[in-house]
Design a protein around this ligand. Structure first.
Ligand code: SF4
Length: 409
């Protein structure tokens, strides 16, 4: 499938206006303008490139009564996620989340999800991450979901809403979720933003953040490390300083995930770690900003440190060590199917293969020709995870068989 069909360019009128202003005041080659252009406007290097990895389709679980529950995933003991919609106000080029373009969950599905989260099998779940797409593009569904969780899943104390709307168009935010969040005494609501460059902290964005903070919402930032956008000491220092000034906590930094056609945005893991460690060691930003580099793998997020990489193969893939054991994972999610990219170490801990990026400069990454694409190995047999269009059944079958063998040992 070609990128044109899969992920079209989508930019809000607000962003277009801001980009025009920054271009006119700072110039078309300024770092501020390029930081915007490269995040939202299609790059010719994306064209015609097939994807190596796609977003997982919306999860479907079975509740105790055999009814399907859509949108929930449980990757950790105490945290579950709810994918509310596949729609976004703008399309960030490196993100595959909206590629399924599913509409918002129905009222029935939201109700089912809340009841499932409150059921006996989820009593360990304390936090719910509501994500998408962008949940704030579906304000009525988001408000319903918060209300349903507050009334039917009393074990959940914290709901984290992940959104970019305050960055890509703060002028259209529908604030009804704040009403539910501030009138549900047993629920603490937090908002996770994604600000990748200081230029995106528009006055309107800061005003929206302040409005949430005044309502008692904790606002934090988790951003992506993007080559050509923010992979420099200066860009990150300015970003963390500005966020600190407005009381937004810096949380995690995502290594740019391995979608084909995104090579120009992907640094190596080593470069990401080195950048953050050097900045931190030389006291470039407040000690209260403590960004941790993480990778979004077939097993969910894995925290990165210099000893997280267990080995590396000839295709540029690295084997990452997790702190999860298979038994734990299956306790949290009995329907968990082991992706083919996963191995189990001698102590039962899971390891996962992940395609590393490179440190070829942004401008030097070339568009691949059709012949080169044909010759490029598919991101590794062990990297398919059943998420691409081929091999879903095969990888799931492989993974499940290995999981059962391991558990039988
Ligand atoms: S980063 Fe968020 S807003 Fe951007 S495309 Fe992905 S899900 Fe949508």
């Amino acid at each position: 499938m070609i990128m044109d069909q899969l992920f079209h360019e989508k930019v809000t009128p607000f962003l277009r206006q801001k980009m025009a202003e920054v271009r006119s005041t700072s110039g078309p080659r300024s770092t501020a303008y390029l930081a915007l252009h490269r995040q939202y406007l299609r790059d010719r290097r994306e064209n015609g490139l097939v994807r190596g990895r796609d977003a997982a389709p919306p999860a479907v679980l079975l509740s105790d009564d055999g009814e399907p529950v859509v949108g929930i995933q449980r990757l950790h003991r105490c945290v579950a996620t709810l994918r509310l919609t596949g729609q976004c106000a703008a399309h960030c080029r490196w993100c595959f989340a909206p590629s399924h373009r599913d509409d918002a969950l129905s009222a029935w599905a939201v109700e089912r999800a809340a009841r499932y989260l409150g059921s006996e099998r989820c009593q360990d779940v304390r936090e719910l991450v509501v994500h998408g797409g962008d949940p704030l593009t579906e304000p009525a569904t988001l408000a319903d979901a918060l209300h349903a969780v507050a009334t039917q899943a009393l074990n959940i104390n914290v709901v984290r809403v992940h959104t970019r709307l305050p960055v890509v168009d703060p002028t259209v935010i529908d604030w009804r979720f704040l009403d539910v969040a501030t009138t549900s005494p047993n629920l603490r609501c937090e908002v996770g933003l994604q600000v990748n460059h200081a230029v995106e902290l528009w006055p309107e964005t800061v005003a929206a953040i302040r409005r949430m903070q005044r309502s008692g919402i904790i606002v934090y930032n988790q951003h992506v490390l993007l080559k050509g956008v923010n992979d420099s000491a200066d860009a990150l220092t300015e970003l963390y300083d500005r966020l600190r000034d407005i009381g937004v906590e810096t949380d995690v930094v995502y290594h740019c995930a391995p979608h084909w056609g995104m090579d120009h945005h992907r640094t190596s893991l080593a470069r990401g770690l080195q950048l953050l460690q050097r900045l931190s060691h030389r006291g470039a930003f407040s000690g209260r900003s403590n960004p941790t580099l993480i990778a979004q793998t077939d097993l969910g997020v894995v925290s990165l440190s210099s000893d997280a990489v267990v080995s590396r193969d000839e295709h540029g893939e690295v084997l990452l060590q997790t702190g999860h054991q298979l038994e734990q994972r299956m306790q949290w999610d009995p329907e968990f199917l082991l992706p083919r990219s996963v191995e189990i170490d001698d102590d039962g801990y899971l390891r996962v293969w992940y395609l590393d990026g490179t440190d070829v400069p942004y401008e030097s990454v070339q568009k691949r020709t059709a012949q080169e694409i044909a010759k490029t190995p598919k991101p590794h047999a062990h990297h398919t995870n059943g998420l691409d269009t081929e091999g879903v059944d095969e990888s799931d079958a492989d993974g499940s068989a290995r999981a059962l063998q391991h558990l039988a040992r």
